[in-house]
Design a protein around this ligand. Sequence first.
Ligand code: AMP
Ligand code: MG
Length: 321
Amino acid sequence: MKNIYLNIYKPNSKSLKKAKKSLENNNVIGLPTETVYGLAGNAYSNKSVKKIFYLKKRPAFNPLIIHFENLNDLKNDVVVNDSFIKLYKILCPGPITFILKKNPNSKISKFACAKGGTIAVRFPKHPVARKLLKILKVPLAAPSANISSKLSSTSAPDVVDEFGGKIKFILDGGRCKIGLESTIIDLTGEPTILRQGSITTGRIKKILKKKINFNYKLKKIISPGHLKSHYSPGIPVYMNRKTSNTDEAFITFGKKFKNAKNTFNLSLNGNLNEAANNLYKTMRKIKKKRFNSISICKIPNRGIGNAINERLKKASYKWKK
Ligand code: AMP
Ligand code: MG
């Protein structure tokens, strides 16, 4: 049955077949994952991949994450290594993306890799994404379903907010469990974190028993998509505030802040996973209420709090004084 939005579909077997057909015809669809919603297309098709870049207004130099159902599916496209296999066995399917060398015979569209020699691969855990990947013969290129540099979508209606009727088919997998984008680790050389996520660096270090580098500590920009301004609600964001003006939205965390008309608490109990899950949802709500700016209190830098702060730094970048 259709939702009030004409382009959102319940993920039953009929819709999954329809999604498959649409993807085989090189169209792009809205896809739920456990992290955020993706804008998915056939990763082997230049036509599909170009549509994704066009719809997102994404610069051509910023490559896409390629989604597979399991390890067997990717062996012809990428060169695997020991660190990858170790992490895969424990963490996949799950919210982590691996940068690996591209196999010279790979069929992945060169545009999806921004004409580079590496591929970002991920094995999503969301049952709808998995079911779809299982019935498809091709992997899916699926960046986050938002206009480039803006907030990611964490529900099917968010995808409609971003693209209106331009995306004809969105599978509704409910609200994303995690609500923040995947952790990205480059495994083409020494393991290097390119983006923090719910799978923490500490957890990865325990599995690999190796030193883990951070991209931002290196001089070289490894991830072409790592622009300084990103995850933006489109209004100024100010971090680490103790108070706010009454005419701006104040995003709070924990019990110590008084409730007021302009406050939006990410987690009353001080739970960072809950806060991560509420972050984009709250920013979208604030935008709809037409506030002109957002102040946000200090978020503890532990666990997924690191990933939240990484996003907030980029969301607030333009407005740093
Ligand atoms: P999103 O578009 O939100 O799915 O984010 C994907 C992120 O993965 C972007 O920051 C990309 O720049 C990064 N990415 C994708 N492919 C590669 C790659 N081959 N090497 C490095 N970073 C990549
Ligand atoms: Mg994105």
